[in-house]
Design a protein around this ligand. Structure first.
Ligand code: FE2
Length: 178
């Protein structure tokens, strides 16, 4: 995993968008935004994932595979959709099995984008209520476990005046002391 401020320059969303020089973001900063992170080697990951899932109460899981090949004609539409700024009313929990990609999360109070580059072995928890988005990188494929506290549901609410007053958003801001 590598986290840094997104450069906000126009161009392909799948490019790194790293400032030159890079402006790295620490795990402490991510933690202060409620983003949790673990590294678990993919080889033999099952037991450790089970352990964390037990502690954190992640009862359900499934596997997703996002690739240019797999999506075919839907590819362009899909990756644009993932890249719409949104929030959820649940945590978004992803364990990367293969491939790579970028999760961008909004920093509070700056509203800056922090880009989190994930790779195999990364377990990332994006808290409910935080604004974020996802994109594949130029390798165009990622396979990940999705873990859920409750029934697998994953409804995106695009950022709007309505999400600003969503109780999960309000609760999130309170939880980080904003
Ligand atoms: Fe999401």
């Amino acid at each position: 995993m590598r986290a840094y401020y997104y450069d906000n320059l126009p161009g392909d969303q799948r490019l790194p968008h790293d400032y030159i020089p890079s402006r790295p973001v620490s795990l402490d900063t991510l933690s202060s935004l409620g983003v949790k992170f673990w590294t678990i080697p993919v080889e033999g990951h099952e037991a450790e994932i089970d352990r964390i899932a037990g502690v954190e109460g992640y009862k359900n899981r499934d596997t997703i595979n996002v690739s240019k090949e797999g999506l075919g004609e839907l590819y362009e539409t899909k990756i644009k959709g993932f890249f719409e700024e949104h929030m959820h009313e649940d945590e978004e929990i992803r364990y990367i099995l293969s491939g790579s990609g970028f999760f961008d999360v909004r920093e509070t109070p700056t509203d800056a984008w922090i880009r989190i580059g994930v790779e195999p072995g990364d377990l990332l928890v994006i808290p409910e209520g935080i604004y974020h988005r996802f994109t594949l990188d130029e390798a165009d494929n990622i396979k990940a476990l999705r873990l859920f506290k409750d029934e697998p549901k994953w409804v995106p609410y695009n950022r709007s005046e309505e999400t600003e007053v969503n109780p999960h958003r309000v609760e999130y801001l309170k939880s980080i002391g904003a």
